[in-house]
Design a protein around this ligand. Structure first.
Ligand SMILES: Nc1ncnc2c1ncn2[C@@H]1O[C@H](COP(=O)(O)OP(=O)(O)OP(=O)(O)O)[C@@H](O)[C@H]1O
Ligand SMILES: [Mg+2]
Length: 230
């Protein structure tokens, strides 16, 4: 194994994913290969419908490719059972989506703590880390608020804190600012950039936002079911 490969936190080789539709077979990913280095902040851009979300779902183990391999750290996703994959996802991968998917009956702090409960982290530690994370996204004074008592930007910041709960190897973010106005979206991007540089958590972000893409050192452009590095 070369040094280069050892530095990768995420690697995917020749991923293919097609969907069966009433119109027939729809090939979406036609040989996607990528590497993201530890601590990197990378973006995936490309036209709507090109397959960015499909790719992120595969990379995070939410869906499986028809063929091709995905590794996170030294772990090969394809060989894991569904149960192992679910546990791995909870502990090693953070997700941020366009819509926050916070649980409406729980407070901001409880939402951030949920992945830690699932990982059997002791309650006291989960509270402490949850508070630390809310502090770092600027929402500690909102910890007892439920999602509906928060603005869209605040909800997304809670979702970011939740994604970081178990100190994942990589955070996969799918249009994290897609529902936010320009100014609020920019603040969310600044937050992601700060968290990346402070904690050296790796990020892979699917986005249509040119400003964010230009800020990231690594850009993968998706077209025709493949990626090109920009
Ligand atoms: N489960 C599915 N079954 C059938 N087709 C699907 C499925 N999931 C995605 N697709 C199709 O795959 C293609 C890629 O979709 P995807 O959501 O990955 O695009 P995207 O690049 O994320 O687009 P956007 O920028 O609009 O979010 C689309 O044509 C979509 O209709
Ligand atoms: Mg998408």
């Amino acid at each position: 194994m070369s040094m280069d490969t050892a530095d990768n936190i995420l690697s995917a080789t020749d991923l293919h994913r097609e969907f069966q539709t009433t119109e027939g077979t729809l090939p979406v990913l036609r040989g996607v290969t990528l590497e993201v280095k530890k601590g990197q902040m990378a973006v995936v851009t490309g036209a709507s419908g090109v397959g960015k979300s499909t790719l992120l779902h595969l990379l995070g183990g939410l869906d499986r490719p028809n063929t091709g391999d995905i590794s996170i750290g030294r772990h090969l996703l394809g060989t894991m059972s569904e149960t192992d994959l679910a546990r791995f996802r909870n502990q090693r991968v953070g997700f941020v989506f366009q819509f926050h998917y916070l649980l409406s009956d729980f407070t901001a702090l409880e939402n951030v703590m949920i992945p830690m409960f699932l990982a059997d982290k002791p309650h006291r530690e989960a509270v402490e880390r949850g508070e630390l994370l809310l502090e770092s996204v600027g929402l500690i004074d909102r910890k007892t608020h439920r999602p509906h008592e928060l603005s869209g930007g605040e909800q997304q910041r809670v979702a970011v804190a939740r994604a970081l709960a178990n100190d994942p190897d990589i955070v996969l973010a799918d249009e994290p600012s897609g529902n936010l106005d320009t100014g609020t979206g920019r603040k969310l991007h600044d937050l992601l950039i700060r968290l990346n540089s402070e904690n050296s958590t790796s990020f892979l972000i699917a986005t249509h936002n040119r400003e964010l893409a230009d800020t990231c050192r690594q850009e993968f452009v998706m077209a025709g079911g493949r990626l090109a590095e920009n």
